[in-house]
Design a binder for this molecule. Sequence first.
Ligand SMILES: [Zn+2]
Length: 388
Amino acid sequence: MIRLATLLSLTIALAAPSLVHADPPRSPALSQPMATIRPGDSLDSVLNRAGIAPALRAEAALALAGVYDLTDLRPGHRLQWVVDRDDPARLLRLSLFVEDGVEIALTFGGTATAERVEPPVRAVNRQETLILNGPLYDALMEHNAPERFAVDLTALLAGQVDFRRDLQGGETFALVWQEDQLPDGSVAGEPRLGYARLELADRVLELVASDAAGPVIVFEDGEAVQRSAAPILGARLSSVFGRRNHPVLGGVRMHTGIDYAAPVGTEVTATGAGRVAFAGTIRGYGLTVDIDHGGGVVTRYAHLSKIAEGVQEGSRTKAGDRIGAVGATGLVSGPNLHYEVRVDGRPVDPTDREALPEQEIASAEDLTALATWRRETGFAQPDTEDRG
Ligand SMILES: [Zn+2]
C-alpha cells in the first residue's frame, strides 16, 4: 500500500534532477504565468486580464472546445501559459488543469492544437482499521479515508445499526476500498468500497460490495440479513420517515419515505432487482419510478429530474442499475430524492429491517465473496459455536 508521504517524497526525488539540467540562459526569455479560476471567471476573462490579444483568446477557446466543454470550467481549476517575455500578448502554449488531474494542453504554431492529457492513475487498494470514539466522519478523516464513506456506510447499515445511538465507543471498524491515485498522491474519481467489518459489543456486522454498482450485502454474525444497494451514494439523509412538518404545505403530515439531499443530476439507482411498475409523473411526487420487487414490495424514487433511458413500465432492473437523476419536480422545497418502500401498498420505514418481508438475500457468489474478503483481510471467521 502506498502512503501519501511515500508518494510525495517520490515526486520530490524525481523532480530534483531537472533543476540541475535547467534550460541554458541562452534560450528565449519565456515567462510562465499561472492563474486559478475564481468564481465568475471565464477562460477569456482570465486571459484578457493577462493581456493576451483578443484574436489569440478566441483561437484558444475554439481549439479548447474540441476537447473540453468550457462550461465545465470551475473555480479552483488552474491555468498556466507560456509567453515570450518580449511579447507578452503572444501565447505560445497554454495548459488548463481540470478535474482529476486532467490537463488540456494547447500549442500555438500556425493554428492552435489542443490535446487532452489524462494523468497516469494507479489503482491502490487500501485498508484501514478505525476505532470509533465519536462520529464516523472524524475517524475517517483521521485515517485519510474517503469522507463520503461516512454517509454511504450510515445509509447502507441503517437497517442494522444507528451510529448515533448504538455505539458505546471503542468499536473497531475495518474498511477495505480501492482508489485511483494521481502521481501527487491525490485521489481521482470516486473510491470503491469492497468490504467493511464493524465489531459491536454484541455482534459483528460485515458488508460486502463485490462490484461498485452491484448490490451490497450486509451480514450479521456471518448471516446475510440485508441485500440492497443504496438508492443514492454520497448524499445526506435530510428527512426521515414518519410524521413531520411539511416543508412546502406546512402542518404536521405523514412523510411516507426518506429524503436524501443531493444536487440535481446526481445518479439514482435501483435498490434491488425487480420490474419497473411505473415511470412517469405523479402529482406531488413529480417525475417518479416505481419498481416492483415481488412479494408485495415496491420501491419508489421521486422528484427526479429525468428517468434513465430504457427505464419504462415493464423493464427489468438489478440492484445498482441507474434509473434516473435527482431533481426537484413535484412538491419540494429543493432538490432531493424521495425514496419510499411499500409493502402491500402500505409505506414502511425503509431503514426498518423488521418491516420488510424475508427474501433471498445472499447468493453462493456473495458467500464466496465474504469468505475471500475475510481471508484477504486476515479477519478470522466469527465464533459460531455459541449460535443455535
Ligand atoms: Zn420525501
